[in-house]
Design a protein. Sequence first.
Length: 377
Amino acid sequence: MKRYFFIVLAMFFFSATVMSQELANFAPTGRVVSPEISGDKITFRFQAAKARDVKLYGSWLASYTETVPMQDKGNGLWEVTIDAPPPELYTYNFFLDGVYINDPGNVLMQRDGNRYLSMFIVDGKRSENYKEANKRGTLEQVWYDSPTLNMNRRMFVYTPYGYRDGKGKYPVLYLLHGGGGDEEAWSTMGRACQILDNLIEKGLAKPMIVVMPNGNANQQAAQTLKLPVKEMDMRAPENANLYIHSLAKDIVPYIEKYYRVIAKPDSRAVSGLSMGGGHTLSVANNYPGMFSYIAPLSMGIRDGVEIDAQLQAVKKAGYKLYWVACGDTDFVFEMAKDLDKALTKNELEHTFHITGGGHIWANWRDYLNTLAPLLFK
């Protein structure tokens, strides 16, 4: 009788476990390990029994059109082994008979606008802060009212390890995404939380709050929520700098009301990439003295644009760090050089941080990793 009871009990728990999942997810697929990183080699595998041609595309390749042929190893298993690229975070996908598909063997994914990409990290000095630290902060999805944009919107807010258990106040970095991105971009593709966690844990950066808003003035939140998008002509004069006004008038006051922050210019920093770099310049120029740390990334000004009066206002209001960063093959590199010239002409002390590479997340992660230790010193 006891044996029968335990058998029934075991069957009950097994049944409860299975029924707690969607049964369709238990369809037999076969476990394929991909990617498999071993030493300086990486092997990619893809199970496709009826495929005629499978190729690998990766962000480490020289061009957007370059692919690597995969070999049919039998039983529908396609495979290729490559030399590991330098330490960094990389994205990739397969082309199955000309159709784009992600790696079903890899649970690591990131979203870039409306595209989802498989990803992996090659370990090394450059990428060591992209992985999870031992002491991790908290990432919150925060809804707030924006009177300037007349809508309820979402932003992501990172608070460092220890914030919830303490009473101290923190400085704030307002970190802005680029075109095609949204409030999720810096925490997913940018690895902002991991970078800050690691730098703070190592004592290389001061504990800080990081605010990552949605820079698309017509959106309530990321497009994945399928919320209505507001019709808005961004070229209309009345909409000029609408987002940066909401940043200064709605977002900063909200953060300083509901979070334990040091509500002073010396404890405010603003930085952003590409479009967010433009927003960084605009909010610093339109609200001189609001942010003592100003860091446009992969952005600048067009030749002939007159901003002397604005830069003089920034200079007069005072700041502690003006940090410009750009890759020397970036299509906006000439604009970044023009910004450097304008800052020099107007005698604003600044740093022009030039790296290799172009308009890519590998640079922007590296810039955040370099910039964060310079803030709030």
